[in-house]
Design a protein around this ligand. Structure first.
Ligand code: AMP
Length: 282
């Protein structure tokens, strides 16, 4: 049976008790509106941890002005059933006042020129600061041994792993591959914003990544040639607007001219009111 906990005090007490029983605690931080991608994270946590906690919190401070905080899908009952099917022990569902009580005034930052300044950073001012702050709070409250994140949000994973190392949080952050729909579209809670035509158009993200992979597989090592081919392919789709396409080192997120070593190809494309991201690791 999955149990719901809504307060910091109660989750602390629960975790203390689990650790007293020498159980490994695994945390899956989420914003809810679960899909199969979320469930695979829970599934792996279940295999690796004695105690599995999934947090559901639509974090207001990681949304910039004009973004979709109010519209973000909220489906607590459905989420609960899905978490139960993965044998999650606890759904931690704090409200905004639990996480940011009156007077809250501390945020977490990384180097101005560091990981948060890359890829999505310039398009979402303050986003990663909000993410780091909430993740640090969740780690401080839950004190997990392990945390599970998805490759779809690869930049978020790198930033979190860096923060965990830099601040000695002692949380091992595991990365899981992106779960996809049959036509390749990365699963996302935001895909519900897409109308039927837009949903078809959205397959262009993965198609262009596969084209890039094929080019590299055939010996192309020029990043600019690869991104030019991707741009051309995406621009052929009328409703798609590119935020960025980037070929970067997958540890530093610094742009690469020549594709060699650990490489990430990442992109963000807006279709209708949805801003979609995807990436592949080479
Ligand atoms: P979210 O609820 O969208 O904030 O995502 C919560 C966690 O699930 C994050 O670590 C995401 O990277 C991960 N996630 C989201 N979509 C997918 C996906 N399609 N495949 C794997 N993991 C995902």
């Amino acid at each position: 049976m999955t149990e719901i906990i809504r307060t910091v005090a109660e989750i602390r007490k629960y975790v203390e008790d689990q650790k007293g029983q020498r159980k490994k605690v695994g945390l899956i931080p989420t914003m809810g509106a679960f899909h199969q991608g979320h469930l695979t994270l829970m599934n792996l946590a279940r295999k690796e941890c004695g105690s599995v906690i999934t947090s559901v919190f639509v974090n207001p401070i990681q949304f910039s002005a004009g973004e979709d905080y109010d519209q973000y899908p909220r489906q607590p009952e459905r989420d609960m059933k899905m978490a139960e099917s993965e044998e999650v022990d606890i759904m931690f569902i704090p409200d905004v006042a639990q996480m940011y009580p009156k007077g809250f005034d501390t945020h977490v930052d990384q180097n101005e020129k560091g990981l948060p300044s890359k890829l999505c950073g310039p398009f979402r001012p303050g986003h990663f600061r909000g993410v780091m702050t909430v993740v640090l709070k969740l780690f401080a409250v839950v004190r997990p041994n392990l945390a599970y994140m998805g490759q779809k949000d690869y930049q978020q994973f790198l930033i979190t792993r860096r923060m965990s190392l830099d601040l000695n949080l002692d949380v091992e952050v595991h990365l899981l591959p992106t779960l996809r729909e049959e036509d390749g579209l990365a699963m996302s809670s935001r895909n519900i914003y897409l109308g039927p035509k837009q949903r078809k158009d959205a397959t262009i993200l993965y198609d262009s990544l596969m084209r890039a992979k094929e080019m590299v597989g055939n010996g192309e090592s020029s990043a600019v040639k690869v991104t030019t081919a991707m741009k051309k392919q995406i621009r052929a789709v009328k409703g798609a607007r590119i935020d960025y396409i980037a070929v970067v080192n997958s540890e530093t997120l610094e742009p690469l001219k020549e594709i060699k070593g650990k490489t990430l190809i990442a992109l963000s494309v807006r279709i209708g009111k949805a801003r979609l991201i995807d990436n592949i690791l080479l």
